[in-house]
Write a protein that binds this ligand. Structure first.
Ligand code: CU
Length: 112
């Protein structure tokens, strides 16, 4: 269970387009994946834990101030593309919030 890219780079203030493809075959219930980008300074483990408990919201806590952007939760064969802009330079971590995935499904988005 991994993202194929562990480090992304982008420019501050410019639209970022990100596509997540679930190349597995398992259903969204058994093995869903998403990408959630979180603000610098967020406690990674605390965030991952509270997101993983929020099954009702597809593991994306509503109105959570730590979330910068996120894809939908995908099942095997699905994909989702999102576009967002980050104005502040910094290193933003991203993760899959499906329970127990964030230990390996994580990476860094460097905005410069
Ligand atoms: Cu996952």
């Amino acid at each position: 269970m991994q993202f194929n890219i562990h480090e992304l780079k982008a420019k501050a203030g410019k639209p970022i387009t990100l596509t997540l493809k679930h190349v597995g075959k398992a259903s969204v219930k058994d093995m869903g994946h998403n990408i959630v980008i979180i603000k610098p300074g967020t406690n990674f483990n605390d965030f991952a834990n509270r997101a993983a408990k929020d099954a009702a919201d597809d593991y994306i806590p509503k109105n959570d101030p730590s979330i910068v952007a996120h894809t939908k939760l995908l099942g095997g064969g699905e994909q989702d593309t999102i576009t967002f802009t980050i104005n502040e330079k910094g290193t933003y971590e991203y993760l899959c919030t499906f329970p127990a995935h964030s230990a390996t499904m994580r990476g860094k988005l460097i905005v410069e």
